[in-house]
Design a binder for this molecule. Sequence first.
Ligand SMILES: Cc1cc2nc3c(=O)[nH]c(=O)nc-3n(C[C@H](O)[C@H](O)[C@H](O)COP(=O)(O)OP(=O)(O)OC[C@H]3O[C@@H](n4cnc5c(N)ncnc54)[C@H](O)[C@@H]3O)c2cc1C
Length: 408
Amino acid sequence: MSRSSNVVVIGGGVIGCAVAYYVARRGLKVTLVDRPKRGRATSASAGGLWPLGESVGLGCGVIFYKALAGMGTLPEGVHGPGQLPRVFLDFALRSNGMFPALAEDLREISGMEIEWERTSLLFLMYDEGDVAFAKPLWERCPCGRDLTEWMTPEELAKAEPAVTREVHGALRFHGDDQVNPYRLADSFRAAARNLGAAILTHTEVTGLRVESGRMTAVETQAGPIPCGMVVNAAGAWAPEVGRMVGLDIPVRPVRGQILGTETLPEMLSACLTTTDCYLAQKGHGEVIIGSTTEEVGFDVGTTPAAMKTLAAGAIRALPFLRDVRVKRVWSGLRPGSPDELPILGPVEGLDGYLNACGHFRTGILNAPLTGLLIAELASGERPSVPVEPFLLARFASAGDGRQVVTIG
Ligand SMILES: Cc1cc2nc3c(=O)[nH]c(=O)nc-3n(C[C@H](O)[C@H](O)[C@H](O)COP(=O)(O)OP(=O)(O)OC[C@H]3O[C@@H](n4cnc5c(N)ncnc54)[C@H](O)[C@@H]3O)c2cc1C
């Protein structure tokens, strides 16, 4: 098979699909190649769009961070989220701001609803320890007080009657929204196809061809695809693709276990985080309860211990869940990067290659802006946001020996 293509996108998770969509919108010829691997992250996600909560350090990862921080130090090799830099917040806020118009565009082009919902994120504080933990994070938050709200227990009870009364209050992040992550990816893919993209499903990329420092083709199980531009959007498998051209990409799988309840009447207007778990009720009524942050390689199993901990945390936040049935449990592999920022853009000495990987816990949130940025770079347009903070080269210059970029 030989399908000449301007741009080949490797990986059909939310990032690859977003890239294919924005590239196709520019009228470029694009082929998306995906071999669905067990544990791919997009189909495991909760769909939280939490730029503020994640930036402040009170989003998904707070659960284990607080437990580990309480032990004094984070043991070596154990990942714990902290406050993310301003550059992350700016990127994430901008990406989140794209969703309302995107939902309309995708509805029109793909005919699908992504179930984008304007809501907010509430960090529940159960005791003085939680208050002492959250307050300095909140005070250092660069997002400004108008986007956050410190709520008394009475205010919380009024806003969210289903939440436990055993709280010292809550911190609300206004504008932290949610979406249906599967529908988002499916809709990007369908829209890209309707705009002319070729989608090769169940097709593994097995090699990359480089001639005189320039990408010339992607080798797949179905044959080579000649191209001038390659986008590595292979999620937790991005290092494998990088190695095909001699790159050392510091992405690792970080497992998240998660569970979902049976369909319930509307109980929550906001999403919740606590030091035990986070909870998000989706449009169809299921309450998603996430999630662990585990360094177990490519193991995509689920464990009774994690389910028990998550379920206990969920019941503590929402006591009515005690009598509710669990419908499904699953896990996925986040594409973790050392500094929690995505790895985006070109690599020196390798013309026609772009990274779009390492999105860790925020790939759903950051998919729209990543897709747009990569499409702009692929088509030679001036990028609408600076790519420099996200380049792979930042690890080579980190000076701490974490990762060194080598181009073979
Ligand atoms: C439990 C859990 C909850 C999460 N919750 C949220 C959340 O609430 N909000 C949020 O923003 N993010 C969340 N995330 C993170 C988010 O899901 C990821 O950041 C995002 O899905 C990454 O998308 P991706 O396209 O890079 O990777 P993936 O979705 O993993 O896609 C990569 C694709 O590339 C394919 N591939 C790999 N190698 C090859 C090859 N050689 N050839 C062809 N195809 C290949 C894979 O099979 C896969 O289909 C969560 C993640 C987990 C695990």
